[in-house]
Ligand binder design. Structure first.
Ligand code: CA
Length: 236
């Protein structure tokens, strides 16, 4: 696992680099946004940790640039929880965030949780039968088509560029069409540590998924409907 760590405070960076290396992650540490983008352009990373307050640009700017070419899982480090909606929502598509101060152990746990969520369907498919790696059959609901082996969801034939959480959420909808799902149910299915996120996090992700579905088929009705006071409903 190759991790890109973007953090300008040496004390925080040093403890994180040490904790990540102890857990057998490869770490590339960048001090500025530009340094991070240069590294990102020339090396393949499995994960990125972005501090929001950087000397030359914000971590949000770095994320926006990275998202132009990549859906790598991104964990934000932030000093202010007020930034959460932007981080996780439509605009930036981050996967999770940690508020400073934090313990390195917490960061490692979050990374493991995000990576685990992103790989669960693949692992399940690989252990089918007698350990054979026959690809799991594709699933479909209305305009959505799920390829479990590739962990991709298509809408009206167009591949959706989803973050790990969006993928897990949309999968829950795809498997439960025309069923009202409460925010608690969605949290339980899509987050390894549901206690760490709020209802607003779910709402921000749904908003982002809706926008991506709209891009796939402009003018189409929202497939994910809000049931006020209850939750969300997927109508294929
Ligand atoms: Ca900083």
């Amino acid at each position: 696992m190759n991790v890109l760590l973007v953090e300008d405070e040496p004390a925080i960076a040093d403890t994180l680099v040490y904790a990540l290396k102890t857990e057998c992650f490869e770490v590339h540490h960048a001090l500025t946004g530009q340094e991070a983008l240069d590294a990102f352009g020339s090396t393949r990373f499995d994960f990125a940790i972005l501090d929001i307050g950087l000397p030359d640009m914000t971590g949000l700017d770095v994320c926006r640039k990275m998202r132009e070419t990549s859906s790598v899982p991104i964990l934000f480090l932030t000093a202010r929880s007020g930034e959460v909606d932007r981080i996780l929502g439509l605009e930036l598509g981050g996967d999770d965030y940690v508020t400073k101060p934090f313990s390195p152990r917490e960061i490692v746990a979050r990374i493991r949780a995000i990576l685990r969520r992103a790989t669960v369907p693949a692992t399940a498919a690989a252990t089918n039968g007698n350990g054979s790696s026959a690809p799991a059959p594709a699933e479909a609901a209305g305009p959505l088509h799920h390829d479990p082996s590739a962990m991709r969801i298509h809408c009206h034939g167009a591949e959706l560029d989803l973050t790990a959480h969006e993928y897990k959420l949309l999968l829950v909808f795809l498997k439960n069409p025309r069923r009202v799902l409460t925010r608690d149910q969605l949290l339980d299915h899509a987050w390894a540590d549901p206690g760490a996120v709020t209802d607003r996090t779910i709402d921000a992700h749904i908003k982002s998924i809706r926008a991506k579905l709209r891009v796939a088929k402009p003018g189409a009705e929202d497939h994910i409907q809000t049931r006020r006071g209850l939750g969300y409903l997927f109508v294929p």
